[in-house]
Design a protein around this ligand. Structure first.
Ligand SMILES: [Zn+2]
Length: 684
């Protein structure tokens, strides 16, 4: 549970609150037969089927292995990057690097994690200290103080259900961009989602029974007496915690998370926990201001600390301690754990130890691995080239915003200020995390994980007294991804996503702008659309569109929904224009802006011809190749029914709204994709 305890709030949290979208990539193995150099099908007429023209050959040569439903660029990049990272970690583990260097730390973390014999030999001994502290708890004030020691940042970042009863995140305030504040949110449920405790359907009851058996098994393995009674009490206690959770629907509404509490509010509003001792042992004795995301959880859990038997809490803490460190404990616990969390809860296969070691090392030493990764795969020249592209995109946005017809003059001023304040991080951070105080030892998997947690906790506490750093990277650069942080006003594109086929630092500019450029511009547009218009230039909450802006924006974009509605891959199923509208508008903005930026990058000079294609043609073809994907019919149907992004073929058709595409490919009124000039939609 300590690593990779992903849950469905993770994406929506980023999507709706601090970020616009997080490109989470699953690693799926597929076979690509004889990948071709161009991937295009010149026999298809661009004006009739632009997606087919750009991707036909690629699609024809990719086959999905049994059991897999989708394969696309992102999966391909994730697999390739994962292989690189695996190699870097294994090389570091085999090398005798300078003690204290990032390579030594990465290597020893990975190696100790994969040294299963050593982990087995140590048994449960590494937990003895903590187990002793739990056993010594004799009253509520000791219980409160112990709970305080569990208030640490979760290694896997922002999750709505933190691993402990409360999770911590140090970040600027919702309305205060000058100070780092302490954000606190709910957690402590072994089943992750509160609904799983409260639902009385047959399946939910069945799942709870299996969970209770799992809890008992773990307690038994750790030698806890009367494990069956303990397990029943733990599930009952967690059910109480689940009742205190905020409703799932709140997760999408950032205004509901903005609950400033003073230190004394905890005593007043949430009796039960002795908060003084709690915060003192969390290292936060001096902290005066907090942001409580789900007040009901703080009140509810605190009441349970006051009312529930202390022995029940002690069993709860023992169980969650073991779970938290399960990955670095003996096989007996690990297989019990992967049986429940893998097979039963998510239907996953037993994890491969090397795969787990990669995730664990990325989690504990993300920017150390990032340094090794970028040294080899994303040199400073690549970063400079991506930065130059980002600058052109910003210039193009400035022009576009100035000329928008639906935005009022006063709102434009705010939009331009927000654009001027937007930080764009590409590739990797200018300053890496300094790991010099974090000791990573060979053959000490448990100790390494503990020290990494303490390192991040200390860093968080230090951050509380430092000014907000708007360019702190929220994602690992060795994982393909992009994150919009609306708060602060910043966007990040990892080195791993800035690689072919999206971006080639030694390759053709026109293709880079059409692919990665359009992707970056898509993300930037979210800062100015209905997602981003509740955050200002410094990431503070507050609507800056007027009602008039909103209704004119809706009016402008309505036609695009109609355009999307007309795409029907099946006789009984068409794209749902309204459902995909927000993302389709962002696609259009992305393409228009990236094209303008491409033209700017040429500085008035004509582009060269490559393999018979003009720069303009390569730009649009690269855009279409962004969206190539092979998927099964059920996967495609599911995407159309549930996803806010249209299938790639129709995202490609965004080109129909761009005049330059008609010129580049000599698209004529007789062609199937042709739209009359007045039917082409702009919005941006
Ligand atoms: Zn988007």
């Amino acid at each position: 549970m300590a690593y990779g305890s992903t849950n469905r709030f993770f994406v929506s949290l980023w999507t709706c609150l601090l970020a616009g979208s997080l490109l989470l990539v699953n690693c799926v193995l597929v076979r690509v037969e004889a990948a071709r150099k161009t991937d295009a099908s010149p026999s298809v007429k661009p004006g009739d089927d632009f997606y087919g023209y750009a991707n036909g050959d690629w699609v024809a040569h990719v086959s999905l292995p049994a059991g897999q439903h989708t394969y696309d660029n992102r999966i391909m990049m994730a697999e390739q990057t994962r292989e690189r990272v695996r190699q870097l970690m294994q090389e570091s583990a085999a090398a005798h690097s300078q003690p204290g260097s990032v390579a030594q730390k990465v290597g020893d973390y990975y190696r100790s994690f994969t040294n299963e014999a050593d982990i087995e030999a140590k048994g449960f001994a590494p937990l003895a200290d903590e187990m002793g502290k739990i056993s010594a708890i004799a009253n509520r004030s000791m219980l409160s103080a112990y709970l305080g020691t569990t208030l640490t940042r979760e290694v896997d970042g922002l999750t709505a259900n933190s691993d402990h009863v409360f999770g911590l995140w140090v970040h600027q305030g919702f309305e205060d961009a000058d100070h780092n504040l302490l954000h606190m949110w709910q957690g402590g449920l072994g089943l992750n989602e509160s609904g799983r405790y409260l639902d009385n359907s047959f399946q939910a009851v069945e799942l709870r029974n299996k969970y209770q058996a799992h809890v008992a098994a773990v307690l038994r393995l750790a030698g806890v007496a009367d494990s069956d009674t303990g397990a029943a009490s733990i599930v009952r206690l967690e059910t109480g915690i689940a009742r205190a959770f905020a409703p799932d629907s709140d997760a999408a509404d950032v205004f509901k998370q903005n609950n400033p509490w003073k230190r004394e509010d905890f005593d007043r509003k949430a009796p039960g926990i002795e908060w003084k001792g709690y915060f003192q042992s969390a290292g936060l004795g001096q902290q005066a201001n907090f942001l409580v995301w789900q007040p009901s959880a703080v009140t509810g859990v605190s009441a349970l600390v006051g009312s529930e038997e202390i022995e029940v809490w002690k069993d709860y803490l023992r169980f969650h301690l073991i779970e938290h460190y399960a990955k670095v404990l003996p096989m007996s616990v690990r297989s019990e754990d992967s049986n429940f969390y893998g097979k039963i809860l998510s239907g996953a296969e037993a994890p491969d130890r090397a795969e787990e070691a990669i995730d664990a090392t990325n989690g504990a030493l993300g920017e150390a691995v990032g340094q090794l990764y970028t040294r080899r795969y994303f040199p400073p020249e690549a970063k400079q080239r991506a930065q130059a592209m980002a600058r052109d995109l910003l210039t193009a946005y400035r022009n576009r915003i100035e000329n928008l017809t639906w935005m009022s003059a006063a709102t434009k001023e705010k939009a331009l200020a927000k654009l001027a304040g937007l930080e764009i991080g590409v590739g990797y951070p200018d300053t890496w995390t300094d790991y010099s105080t974090l000791k990573i030892a060979p053959n000490d998997a448990f100790g390494n994980m503990r020290r990494a947690e303490a390192f991040y906790h200390n860093r968080d506490i230090t951050k509380l007294n430092q000014p907000v750093n708007p360019v702190e990277w929220p994602l690992n650069v060795q994982i393909p991804g992009a994150v919009i942080m609306f708060s602060p006003n910043a966007e990040f594109f990892s080195a791993a996503i800035l690689q072919p086929p999206y971006f080639d630092s030694d390759g053709d500019s026109a293709s880079n702008y059409g692919s990665a450029g359009a992707g970056m511009a898509h993300e930037i547009s979210h800062s100015f659309d209905e997602l981003g218009n509740i955050y200002d230039a410094r990431g503070r909450l507050g609507m800056w569109w007027t009602d008039e802006d909103r209704s004119r924006f809706h009016h402008e974009s309505e036609q695009l929904a109609q355009q999307m509605d007309a795409y029907c891959p099946f006789a009984d199923l068409c794209v749902k224009g309204k459902q995909v509208l927000g993302e389709s508008v962002a696609d259009l903005a992305g393409l228009l802006v990236a094209h303008e930026a491409y033209v700017l990058s040429l500085k008035g000079k004509p582009d060269v011809e490559i393999n018979g294609l003009s720069g303009e043609q390569r730009f649009f073809r690269a855009f279409a190749q962004r969206w190539r994907r092979v998927q099964s019919e059920p996967a495609l149907r599911k995407q159309i029914t549930t996803d806010t992004h249209a299938p790639g073929e129709y995202r490609t058709n965004t080109v129909r709204n761009v005049d330059a595409w008609y010129e580049a490919y000599k698209v004529a009124p007789s062609d199937k994709l042709y739209l009359k000039p007045d039917a082409r939609i702009r919005v941006w």
